[in-house]
Design a protein around this ligand. Structure first.
Ligand SMILES: NC(=O)c1ccc[n+]([C@@H]2O[C@H](COP(=O)([O-])OP(=O)(O)OC[C@H]3O[C@@H](n4cnc5c(N)ncnc54)[C@H](OP(=O)(O)O)[C@@H]3O)[C@@H](O)[C@H]2O)c1
Length: 225
């Protein structure tokens, strides 16, 4: 598949490297095209795969799927520079958060994903937002023998199929996070979880196995062993 990447930072690097390794053709674009060229050369040298760099518009036009990996503050300008995206598969990993993780930068407005979908007409899938870029560099990201689950929120079945495959390319498991309407919940959940990590807590310990999700008191009151 041809993948366009908007942004030349840590997330662009991590995900583009994985997808090039998986055999995809990647074009990276940045507001400073020289940065995208330099990143593409580095990934190409490391992987021997098909990756080029340049401007934002070329990357957006190149991709059958397009990853948006820039800071929240840059989303509007970058999408404007990327050109028309209506109907295109757009993967949004943007986290509208900052310490001390008390409220989202979008507070009172739509989620980033919803805003992008309305502004561009793209088929947006929220994905890859919950974990640190170092996790997306792992080959594969497995913890305690279990592959990492990656929640996806989106409305378009075909776009979701494309992004599920991109998740599987990393050795991860796509989780059905529901419609794009739920992307705001994912953005808020990510801010909450990251806040716990930053505070030195382990958020993984707050989630019991799925069989305990129904609140069946007989199950939850059964003594262990
Ligand atoms: N880092 C993580 O662990 C992580 C994990 C999940 C999701 N995310 C999300 O992924 C996105 C990218 O994060 P990152 O870690 O890759 O950041 P990064 O390494 O700092 O790179 C940021 C990218 O955004 C561009 N950018 C920043 N401000 C901009 C603006 N005002 N206008 C246009 N472009 C701008 C930068 O362009 P220049 O190089 O030209 O400045 C750069 O290409 C963010 O939305 C972040 O919330 C990050």
């Amino acid at each position: 598949m041809r993948i366009g990447v908007l942004g030349a930072g840590a997330m662009a690097d991590a995900l583009a490297t994985q997808w090039v390794r998986a055999g995809h053709e990647v074009r990276i674009g940045a507001r400073t095209p020289a940065k995208a060229v330099a990143l593409a050369e580095r990934i190409g040298a490391a992987t021997g795969g098909a990756v080029t760099g340049g401007g934002l518009r070329e990357a957006a036009e190149f991709g059958e799927a397009v990853l948006l990996a820039v800071w929240y503050e840059g989303v509007q300008d970058v999408l404007r520079a990327a050109g028309p995206l209506a109907g295109r598969v757009l993967v949004d990993c943007v986290n509208p958060m900052e310490p001390p993780f008390e409220r989202l930068k979008t507070a009172g407005g739509p989620s980033v994903a919803r805003w992008i979908a309305d502004a561009t007409g793209a088929r947006v899938v929220k994905a890859f937002s919950m974990c640190h870029e170092s996790v997306w560099r792992m080959t594969p990201p497995t913890f305690g023998g279990r592959p990492l689950g990656v929640p996806l929120c989106g409305d378009d079945a075909d776009a979701l199929t494309v992004v599920r495959a991109l998740v599987a390319d990393l050795g991860c498991v796509p989780l059905d996070g529901g419609s794009l309407e739920r992307a705001g919940l994912l953005e808020a959940a990510t801010a909450f979880v990251v806040g716990l990590w930053v505070a030195g807590e382990d958020p993984a310990t707050m989630l019991p196995p799925p069989e305990y999700a129904g609140g069946d008191p007989r199950r939850t009151s059964e003594p262990a062993g």
